[in-house]
Design a protein around this ligand. Structure first.
Ligand SMILES: C=C(OP(=O)(O)O)C(=O)O
Length: 297
């Protein structure tokens, strides 16, 4: 008899399955860490492939819709000079030519790519790019118009839950098809202090929604993401960068290439180490047992 309880069926994303008894689905979140440069995006795809991630992720916005009205005219110093926040948002936004290049490059490298749309037109854009899944960023949990647009795509959805109450998540889940849903536990504090990680929420979400649950991390270092896997996270998403000192809001709390490589290496070790929960004598124990255990005891 196995000690493990019944697990929800895995969710199929492209040619991969995400769920219990599957390799942890590791997503390198490029986000806007490409700083508007497709060559940086391609280097980050290489970093994710070399580390052993199954996917990279971007963020797709229609800036005049997704940028909060009270933020648009704020002046920012940027590598492109002084500009409004809205102008800056356009600078780091990829459109069809860049995503076509990214799509071809990711296919050539054998890695999945998708994005979090931040408004309904971006869902339509990503659908045209034929992505295998869509991610809901924590900021969009309460954007029911966009969630309905996502549900209509019929694609599997990865729903992040930072900044959200259980009631807000209930309302989001109500709109989505739970047979194609992966939920990510997240705390949207950048960088995330350990005392706000609340990793046992992974179990709370598993029990409440009965779908595969993963983790989207914003901490520095690897321990919290690894603990999430030990607690049953079936997917892990981390921001990635070429250099944490690069200009931009997300670089500082991102993993550099070596950190990502170590994370995936350690996740693969944990997958093996977690086992199935069934107590049995392991093959490697027979020899020590014959040396150490008295047969007459
Ligand atoms: C911000 C995002 O995700 P999360 O809420 O998981 O950090 C995103 O996917 O764009």
């Amino acid at each position: 008899m196995s000690a493990t309880t019944a697990q929800p069926a895995p969710v199929t994303i492209g040619d991969l399955k995400v769920g219990a008894d599957q390799p942890v689905y590791v997503i390198g979140e490029i986000g806007i860490n490409h700083n508007g440069d497709v060559e940086i995006a391609k280097k980050l795809i290489d970093v994710a492939v070399d580390a052993g991630c199954q996917a990279v992720k971007f963020q797709k916005r229609t800036p005049e819709i997704s940028t909060p009205k009270d933020q648009r005219d704020k002046i920012r110093q940027t590598p492109w000079g002084e500009m409004t926040y809205l102008e800056y948002k356009y600078k780091v936004e990829f459109e069809e030519p860049e995503y076509t290049e990214i799509d071809a490059y990711a296919k050539e490298k054998g890695i999945q790519w998708f994005a979090s749309p931040w408004d309904a037109p971006s869902v339509e854009f990503l659908e045209k790019m034929n992505v295998p899944t869509h991610k809901v960023a924590s900021a969009s949990v309460t954007d029911h118009e966009m969630l309905r647009a996502l549900a209509e795509t019929g694609k599997p959805i990865i729903l992040s839950t930072g900044m959200s109450t259980l009631e807000q998540i209930d309302a989001a889940v109500e709109i989505l098809d739970t047979s194609k849903l992966v939920i990510l536990h997240a705390t949207s504090t950048y960088p995330l202090p350990p005392e706000e990680a609340n990793l046992r929420t992974i179990t709370t979400l598993q029990e409440r929604y009965g779908v595969p649950v993963g983790y989207s991390g914003h901490e520095t270092g690897l321990q919290i993401s690894l603990a999430a896997v030990a607690l049953g996270a079936v997917a892990v998403e981390r921001h990635i960068t070429l250099d944490r000192a690069m200009w931009g809001s997300d670089h500082a709390s991102s993993l550099e290439p070596k950190g990502l490589e170590n994370l995936v290496r350690d996740i693969r070790i944990l997958e093996k180490a977690l086992g199935d929960g069934e107590k049995r004598v392991m093959p490697g124990e027979f020899s020590p047992m014959s040396r150490l255990r008295r047969v007459d005891a």
